[in-house]
Design a protein around this ligand. Structure first.
Ligand SMILES: Cc1cc2nc3c(=O)[nH]c(=O)nc-3n(C[C@H](O)[C@H](O)[C@H](O)COP(=O)(O)OP(=O)(O)OC[C@H]3O[C@@H](n4cnc5c(N)ncnc54)[C@H](O)[C@@H]3O)c2cc1C
Length: 393
C-alpha cells in the first residue's frame, strides 16, 4: 500500500502549477467572470498538452492506459480547481463530452474528433439532461428515428455545459421502446447540423458556459450512431463512473484553495491585539477544515486507484463525490466566515469559491442521488463485504 503520489504524478502537479502561474492564471484574470467559454483558455490547454492526457496515443494523445487514467484525471482536476477554476471547467467539460467517443467510437469517429480534442481545437459537450429528465435520466424523451441512411433527432436538452460553444455534442436519445436503458442510444451531432439549435444560454451561480439546446428534425448520417444501438445509457453511466471521482477531486481542489486562503488570512488579520490564529476557535475551525479535506482526498484517490485497477467503482465514486461535496461546502463556508466582512465582497476569491462549490453538488448525480446509490447498494447487499459481516454481525 502506498499513499504517496509517484514521481510522475508529482511532476504532473508541478507541471500544472507552472502552467497556471505562467499562462492560465493571467488568461483567467483577463477573462473575469463570464458565462461563456474562454477560447484563449481552450487554446492554452491545448498547447499545454493537458488535453492529450485524455486521448489514446494513436489519436494524438498521451493516455496509454486503455482509457482509464482516473488518478491522473483527478490530479489534473484537483490541481486546476485549486489554482484556476476557469482552466478546470474548460478542461473537464470537453473531457466529459468526448469520453464516450474514446469508450465506444468507431475508428472513423475517433479519427475525426479525438486529435482535435488533444490539441484544444475541438470543443465537446455531453447532452443527457432534459427539461423533464434530470436525476431520472432514463425518462429522457429526445427521439432518434432511422430514416434511410440518416437518423432524425427531435427533442430538447437543458443544462448542457459548453452549449453554443461546442463543435460537437454527444447526445443521448431514445431509439426504441425497449424497457429501461436498452432503448437509449448515443449520437455525435456536429454544431453546424441543420435542425440543431441553441435555444438559450443560462446564467449560473458561478461562471459557466451552459445552455439549452434543441433538435428539430435534425438529420445526421447513420454513421453518427456512437457504439451499439441501445447501449447509449450504458456509455453515459460508464463515463460518469470515471468522471464522478474527478468531480470529487475538483471539489477537493476548491476546498484546499479555501483552506489555504483562510489560513493565510487568519495569520495576518489582527483582532484583540493579535492575529486571528491566536483564538482557539479559529484554530479548531482550521483544524476541522484540514481534517475534512484530507479525509475527502483519501476517498477520492482511493476511488480513482480502484478504477485504474479495472474495478467497478460505483460505490467508491458515489461516496467520494457525496463526501467531497459536503466537505467543500463546509470548508468554503468556514473559510468565508474567517474572512469576516471582506469575505462578502464580490471579487474576493473566497467569495467565488463559496459559489463554485455549489453546482458540483448537483451535476453528475446530486447529493441525494449519491445517497440513494450508496444506501440501495448497501441494503441490497451489493456493497457489503460478506467476510466482514460473518465476523461482526
Ligand atoms: C453547472 C451545471 C452543469 C451541468 N452540465 C451538464 C452537462 O454538461 N450535461 C448534462 O447532460 N447535464 C448537465 N447538468 C445537469 C445535471 O446533471 C442535472 O441538473 C442533475 O442531474 C439534476 O437534475 P435536475 O436539475 O433536473 O434536478 P431533479 O432531478 O429535478 O432533482 C430536483 C431535486 O430532487 C432530488 N431528487 C430527485 N430524485 C430523487 C430521488 N430519487 N430521491 C431523492 N431525491 C431526489 C434531487 O437530488 C434534487 O435535489 C448540469 C447542471 C449544472 C447545475
Amino acid at each position: 500500500m502506498d499513499f504517496n503520489f509517484n514521481e510522475k504524478q508529482q511532476e504532473l502537479v508541478s507541471y500544472i502549477e507552472k502552467w497556471v502561474k505562467d499562462v492560465f492564471a493571467p488568461i483567467a484574470e483577463e477573462f473575469g467572470e463570464q458565462d461563456a467559454l474562454c477560447l484563449d483558455m481552450v487554446y492554452a490547454l491545448g498547447e499545454s498538452g493537458l488535453m492529450k492526457t485524455m486521448i489514446p496515443p494513436e489519436f494524438g494523445g498521451t493516455n496509454d492506459d486503455n482509457g482509464t487514467h482516473a488518478t491522473e484525471l483527478c490530479i489534473i482536476r484537483e490541481t486546476l480547481a485549486r489554482l484556476c477554476p476557469l482552466a478546470e471547467s474548460t478542461y473537464s467539460v470537453t473531457g466529459l463530452g468526448s469520453y464516450p467517443v474514446i469508450l465506444a467510437g468507431s475508428e472513423a469517429q475517433k479519427n475525426k474528433y479525438l486529435s482535435g480534442v488533444a490539441t484544444g481545437k475541438t470543443v465537446f459537450a455531453f447532452a443527457l439532461t432534459e427539461p423533464n429528465a434530470g436525476s431520472d435520466a432514463l425518462r429522457l424523451s429526445t427521439q432518434a428515428r432511422l430514416e434511410g441512411d440518416e437518423w432524425v433527432l427531435n427533442g430538447r436538452k437543458i443544462f448542457i455545459s459548453n452549449a453554443g460553444y461546442a463543435d460537437a455534442y454527444t447526445v443521448f436519445a431514445k431509439t426504441d421502446d425497449a424497457p429501461g436503458s436498452r432503448g437509449i442510444s448515443a449520437f455525435l451531432v456536429d454544431a453546424d447540423t441543420p435542425g440543431f439549435e441553441v435555444v438559450r444560454k443560462l446564467s449560473m451561480i458561478a461562471p459557466h458556459p451552459i445552455g439549452e439546446i434543441s433538435f428539430s428534425n435534425c438529420r445526421i448520417p447513420k454513421e453518427n450512431l456512437l457504439g451499439e444501438r441501445g447501449r447509449g445509457f450504458k456509455y453515459a453511466m460508464q463515463t460518469l463512473d470515471v468522471f464522478r471521482s474527478s468531480v470529487a477531486a475538483q471539489l477537493i481542489g476548491f476546498a484546499q484553495a479555501a483552506l489555504d486562503k483562510a489560513a493565510a488570512y487568519a495569520k495576518t488579520r489582527q483582532a484583540f491585539g493579535g492575529p486571528l490564529t491566536q483564538f482557539q476557535s479559529i484554530q479548531h475551525k482550521l483544524a476541522d477544515m484540514y481534517m475534512e479535506v484530507e479525509s475527502a482526498r483519501n476517498l477520492v484517490y482511493y476511488a480513482a486507484w480502484r478504477k485504474d485497477l479495472g474495478n467497478r467503482v460505483t460505490k467508491e465514486a458515489a461516496i467520494a463525490k457525496l463526501y467531497a461535496s459536503q466537505v467543500a461546502q463546509r470548508v468554503a463556508y468556514e473559510g468565508q466566515q474567517i474572512f469576516g466582512g471582506y469575505g462578502m465582497i464580490k471579487g474576493n476569491p473566497i467569495e467565488l469559491l463559496y459559489r463554485e462549490v455549489r453546482p458540483p453538488a448537483i451535476y453528475e448525480g446530486t447529493t441525494e442521488i449519491q445517497h440513494m446509490i450508496i444506501g440501495r447498494g448497501m441494503l441490497s447487499g451489493d456493497f457489503i463485504d460478506e467476510e466482514a459481516t460473518k465476523v461482526f454481525w
